[in-house]
Design a protein around this ligand. Structure first.
Ligand code: SF4
Length: 178
């Protein structure tokens, strides 16, 4: 028998079960995230290791990296982001369809890291909203995997109505994103 991980209660055995649409949609979304790797420097190498056979991000349904924002729902920003690059990160984010999630991978993407200088963005949350921050310089692939698993948790438990809420709109407005 095929064992489905985290299957809703009642899936096994006879009869039928009822569940909520939110739960089914959440289960599907959480296990089919398509990452867009926005890698500018060393942390990107850790992402390559995360995609490799040893750590194998494919186990989480994310084996298909997307280099087109329109076919991605998880933006992974890895590396130092110069201020000049900020508007590009924002444009990529805006081109992604809802629902979408963002991970800041490593110290540079999260806070500018060691580059406390005039030219480096002190964290990508200056230009786009971030869901999960992965610490480290660089973070190990295990940490990146944990970041993805945190996003899975968020995706699985998110209400299908959240993206239409006033709070979410206010969050986007605070970044001047329509
Ligand atoms: S956090 Fe460290 S390893 Fe990652 S991009 Fe910055 S300097 Fe490189």
């Amino acid at each position: 028998m095929v064992k489905v991980s985290e299957a809703p209660e009642g899936l096994d055995g006879q009869g039928f079960f009822a569940t909520q649409l939110d739960k089914v949609v959440g289960l599907a979304r959480a296990n089919s995230l398509w990452p867009l790797p926005f890698a500018t420097s060393c942390c990107g190498i850790e992402f390559m290791a995360t995609m490799g056979s040893h750590y194998d991000l494919a186990r989480f349904g994310s084996e298909r990296p997307s280099f087109s924002p329109r076919q991605a729902d998880l933006l992974m920003v890895m590396g130092t982001i110069a201020k000049k690059m900020g508007p590009i990160v924002k444009q990529v984010y805006e081109q992604m369809a809802e629902p979408k999630w963002v991970i800041a991978v490593g110290a540079c993407a999260s806070s500018g890291g060691i580059f406390d200088t005039y030219s480096v963005l002190q964290g990508i949350d200056r230009v786009i909203p971030v869901d999960v921050y992965v610490p480290g310089c660089p973070p190990r692939p295990e940490q990146i995997l944990e970041g993805v698993m945190k996003i899975q948790e968020l995706a699985q438990n998110e209400s299908t109505r959240r993206r239409n809420s006033d709070e979410y709109q206010a969050l986007l407005n605070s970044y001047n994103i329509e």
